[in-house]
Design a protein around this ligand. Structure first.
Ligand code: S3P
Length: 177
């Protein structure tokens, strides 16, 4: 049985939505590492990028991931770029069951069209999303389960995760047979 469930995936794939629903079903704590970073720094992610740069953000993100994963019974949603550092991926795999959420680019762009809180998407959002997806195309492959959130609802996604992590969930329906 998994100690924690760790969600990874590109921005806009639904980590916070799926993660909080899953935590509620399991009766576990939900931890969003971006929110933990903001609490620790006393300002928004956008302000951290602006004032201290991406390098500082990545260092803080790694420290927060290590700290959070020292505890158990948590659903942990990580920032889309947390997987870029090998040490973070290793901490995630040893701290819990890692689930990647994925979504086709067009759906991501639509979901984040009016978003102004993600510094890496400032400017031409479409171009930024395509470029980052290309740069990160294999970055989420280390996960133990991958779910496409554009083809299942939140309940189905949480069921799949619970089953795969050995935490219960409803048996798959016969619809796909
Ligand atoms: C980032 C994703 C963001 C946040 C930061 C950098 C990234 O988190 O950590 O803006 O590098 O992909 P979400 O994936 O929760 O948007």
């Amino acid at each position: 049985m998994a100690r924690n469930i760790v969600l990874v995936g590109f921005m806009g794939t639904g980590k916070t939505t799926v993660g909080s629903a899953l935590a509620e079903r399991l009766g576990w704590c939900f931890v969003d590492t971006d929110a933990a970073i903001e609490d620790r720094e006393g300002c928004s992610i956008a302000e951290i990028f602006e004032r201290k740069g991406e390098g500082y953000f990545r260092e803080t993100e790694s420290a927060v991931i290590q700290e959070v994963l020292a505890a158990g019974q948590q659903v942990v949603s990580t920032g889309g770029g947390a997987v870029l550092l090998q040490e973070n991926c290793e901490a995630m795999l040893s701290g819990g069951f890692v689930v990647a959420l994925k979504t086709p680019p067009g759906v991501l762009i639509e979901r984040m069209r009016h978003d102004s809180n993600r510094p890496l998407l400032s400017g031409d959002k479409e171009e930024r999303v395509h470029r980052l997806l290309e740069e990160r195309k294999n970055a989420y492959d280390f996960a133990q389960l991958t779910i496409d959130t554009s083809i299942c609802d939140i309940h189905e996604a949480t069921d799949q995760i619970m089953r795969a992590a050995g935490l219960g969930g409803q048996p798959p329906s016969g619809d796909y047979n």
